[in-house]
Write a protein that binds this ligand. Structure first.
Ligand SMILES: Cc1cc2nc3c(=O)[nH]c(=O)nc-3n(C[C@H](O)[C@H](O)[C@H](O)COP(=O)(O)O)c2cc1C
Length: 163
């Protein structure tokens, strides 16, 4: 799969099939791509997704989070720039490897601060009005029962940054 992509990256037939995705890129100004590394390259199914939709991400803010066991992510960054050539990339990408895996939540928060995520996206304030109907989950999918501390949460189905 990955060898086929390398040999003919412009040929749609090189990419493994994935199910159709209904998300519309035009709904978003910022897209954070989160992908594992396979053999020092971007995982093949994510490459298919970006081959199909990367052109629609032109001019959007693009963040990249890559997980690997230990290999560095340079190859994945190169794949991403090939597949989303006209994205406005944040100043740094985030690499989560096996040894930093357990700190991923704080690494993501630090990274979002480092790339000025809030400034770039215009999210400056997040109101957490808690009513009987408010459901807050952390990024690991756990229900949060108290007032959330700083971080990223899914509040009533929408991703929010709590500062
Ligand atoms: C087909 C395949 C190839 C992989 N190749 C590499 C590799 O070359 N280097 C590396 O550090 N990790 C490699 N990995 C590990 C993945 O990057 C890792 O499983 C992924 O980041 C998810 O992390 P987790 O297994 O801890 O959930 C590979 C995984 C798969 C399935």
């Amino acid at each position: 799969m990955l060898n086929a992509i390398k040999a003919a990256p412009n040929d749609a037939g090189s990419y493994p099939a994935i199910d159709p995705v209904s998300t519309s890129q035009s709904d978003y100004g910022t897209i954070i791509i989160v992908t594992p590394l396979w053999w020092s390259q971007m995982a093949a199914p994510m490459q298919t997704y970006l081959f199909n939709y990367g052109g629609q991400m032109a001019g959007k803010n693009i963040g990249l989070i890559v997980s690997s066991s230990s290999s560095d992510i340079n190859g994945v960054v190169a794949d991403c720039k090939r597949l989303v050539p006209d994205g406005k990339y944040f100043s740094e990408n985030l690499w989560i490897n096996h040894s930093s895996h357990s700190n991923r939540s704080s690494l993501i928060q630090t990274w979002l601060t480092a790339i000025n995520y809030n400034t770039v996206t215009g999210i400056s304030e997040v109101k957490t009005t808690t009513s009987a109907h408010t459901r807050i989950y952390d990024i690991a999918g756990r229900l949060v029962k108290q007032k959330p501390s700083k971080g990223i949460y899914i509040i009533n189905g929408k991703k929010r940054v709590v500062e």
